[in-house]
Design a protein. Structure first.
Length: 317
């Protein structure tokens, strides 16, 4: 079993990188780092991980294996800029550009992958690193939240991050397009919601301070504290167990029933699905997507409990 406190040592150069990957791709990359660092022979060219082990590390309960395949492929196709904060790295450069994986392949349930030499040097010998909790990353539902979580956690012992120039933070979060190029929109729509989610779902407590020059936001400094969240009450714990049981049952439900549920949700779910869009049904695995376990989303399980209570009761027994 995977410990909830499982952590990876992630080099700061790979934390302070342009966030041009998806949430799942970043999570997969972190899981592969843990798998790589567990190997005794780090000089090997290729590393291997079973699909089942990768899903365990990701807390990935969906049967949508194609999403994982696409995420691994994406790591070979996407080039990012590393060490944007210009910390000391094994490359000795201010910043450099490289894909996250040099290659990847899949056969008989096993993923084979390799890094370029530049990236392998960071993975095997993270001389300057932060500890990233895989349990925490599994609870975050936004790529912006995970990127901000990683960029802040290395400053936990200092109590505050450096003052990130707004243009740098925009690139670190991967929100450098469209309306997010406007500083006020970036702060309201990306930074503040990400901080709220991190404070709610992890042991970090963040508080932002916007540094202005005149009326314009020039930089953001974030205080970082570590806290132990209060334990869940027995009633809430029991409800969570029931919802988890229902969710697991949905993974094995007849496809015709699943299709009926999803069609019903598309027609009636607007009143329940308050946080996430119906794109989850169309692109993200529908009722098999683990994001719907989040009781705060008003998502699939809330809809199922209210609109189809008989089925919810049957699946929970």
């Amino acid at each position: 079993m995977l410990s909830k406190q499982t952590q990876i040592k992630k080099h700061v150069a790979s934390i302070h990188c342009s966030n041009s990957v998806s949430l799942l791709e970043r999570r997969v990359f972190n899981a592969l780092i843990l798998n790589t660092q567990a190997h005794d022979q780090l000089e090997e060219a290729f590393f291997y991980i079973s699909l089942s082990r990768l899903k365990e590390l990701l807390r990935f309960q969906s049967r949508n294996n194609n999403a994982l395949r696409d995420a691994v492929i994406g790591l070979t196709e996407t080039t990012v800029k590393w060490n944007l904060c210009k910390d000391r790295s094994t490359m000795g450069a201010n910043w450099f550009s490289a894909s996250l994986l040099a290659s990847a392949s899949y056969s008989n349930g096993i993923i084979r992958y390799e890094y370029s030499k530049a990236i392998m040097d960071l993975v095997k010998d993270p001389c300057v690193y932060a500890n990233i909790c895989l349990d925490a990353q599994a609870r975050l539902s936004s790529k912006y939240s995970l990127a901000l979580y990683e960029n802040c956690i290395r400053y936990k012992s200092l109590g505050s991050t450096k003052a990130f120039p707004i243009s740098l933070l925009r690139e670190l979060l991967g929100a450098d397009f469209g309306c997010y190029k406007k500083n006020s929109v970036l702060c309201q729509k990306i930074i503040k919601p990400a901080i709220m989610e991190i404070n709610k779902k992890t042991n970090l407590v963040l508080c932002s301070r916007f540094i202005k020059q005149g009326n314009k936001i020039k930089a953001v400094k974030i205080s970082v504290k570590n806290t132990i969240k209060t334990t869940t009450s027995p009633l809430i714990e029991k409800n969570n167990q029931v919802e988890t049981q229902v969710f697991n049952a949905l993974q094995k439900i007849d496809e015709s029933i699943l299709k009926m549920l999803e069609e019903s949700f598309l027609k009636k779910g607007a009143n329940f699905h308050k946080k996430y869009t119906v794109n989850i049904l169309k692109k993200g695995g529908g009722f098999k997507n683990p994001i719907l376990l989040d009781s705060s989303s008003g998502g699939g399980l809330s809809f199922l409990k209210n609109v189809h209570p008989d089925l919810f009761s049957k699946l929970s027994n």
